[in-house]
Design a binder for this molecule. Structure first.
Ligand code: SAM
Length: 284
């Protein structure tokens, strides 16, 4: 992934969320206010203009996104379910005593900004690569900064989480926290994913959880998104944000255990699969 330019996939997810707001029935799935806040954030950060947002809200955009669903079946609506899943998990974690929320690879996600004012006693942290998070920071500044929302510029492929957070005075490594890695793991090298989970264990207290999504692996150990996997992988590589990690759901519990976490399937629906990704929760 290019470190010099803001993430295109982060923008794509945000535009998807906005367009899902125009799809009948999705208002029951999408978290409250997510569509409007995402639209305001994208414009305020300079990531897209008002025209792009207007188009994303149109039924034409919905039709185009739906038409492209053949490549990654179910993935368009899956973004709404992914956002709802992560937010539900964060709210439940806070309800169970978590006092810190850390969003890794946050992109233009608005969970931190929306929830920070609702939970003034909770500290929210977001990490993403400098080009993306600095653009987002510009937008947050215009939307209205939150005293308990901290944006951190870092490439997690280059620097370990423990080293990043040690420099953040307001981070407390011994309290229960919830870490969100939504749409991130597939963009990291396999060794970096394993290490990231280990690091999450080092920087959080007992009772913490990691809420994450991942892409399932096929028999050959590579990402499997169905019939058009080859084309999708090619497009992602050509766009500069290739998928590097995937795992089969059967292997996930052991993978997490080796990193010091316990897989908690009771927090997800059946297999956890939604579109071409899986939702998962790990407990400490
Ligand atoms: C598909 S986007 C998802 C954004 C957000 N989590 C969401 O779901 O709306 C992937 C995000 O991961 C970030 N990312 C990818 N590799 C990263 C790395 N090595 N360090 C930090 N962030 C990274 C990208 O910049 C991008 O914002």
């Amino acid at each position: 992934m290019s470190r010099d330019r803001p993430s295109k996939t982060a923008r794509k997810v945000a535009l998807n969320v906005i367009s899902l707001g125009a799809k009948p029935g999705m208002e029951e799935v999408l978290p409250a206010e997510i569509v409007d806040v995402t639209a305001r954030l994208l414009v305020a950060s300079g990531e897209v203009g008002r025209g792009a947002v207007r188009f994303a809200r149109s039924r034409w955009a919905v039709a185009i996104y739906e038409a492209f669903d053949w490549m990654m079946p179910g993935q368009y609506e899956a973004f709404a379910h992914r956002k709802a899943f992560c937010e539900r998990q964060v709210r439940e974690s806070i309800g169970s005593g978590a006092t810190q929320v850390l969003v890794l690879g946050a992109g233009y996600d608005t969970l931190g900004w929306r929830l920070a004012s609702e939970y003034p006693g909770v500290q929210f942290f977001e990490i993403d690569q400098p080009a993306t998070i600095s653009r987002k920071a510009k937008g947050i500044e215009k939307l209205g900064p939150r005293g308990n929302l901290h944006l951190i510029q870092e490439d997690l492929g280059n620097r370990r989480l423990v080293d990043v957070l040690v420099a953040v005075a307001s981070w407390n490594g011994s309290v229960p926290s919830v870490v969100v890695a939504e749409g991130l793991t597939q963009y990291l090298e396999p060794a970096a994913v394993q290490d990231l989970f280990v690091q999450c264990g080092v920087v959080t207290g007992v009772g913490s959880r990691v809420v994450f999504t991942y892409v399932g692996a096929g028999d050959d150990g590579r990402p499997d998104v169905g019939r058009w996997t080859g084309l999708v992988m090619w497009l992602l590589r050509a766009g500069g944000e290739p998928w590097l990690w995937s795992i089969s759901p059967e292997e996930l519990p052991q993978f997490l255990e080796q990193a010091g976490w316990t897989y908690a399937p009771r927090f997800t629906d059946s297999s956890g699969r939604c579109g071409v990704e899986y939702h998962a929760v790990a407990l400490k």
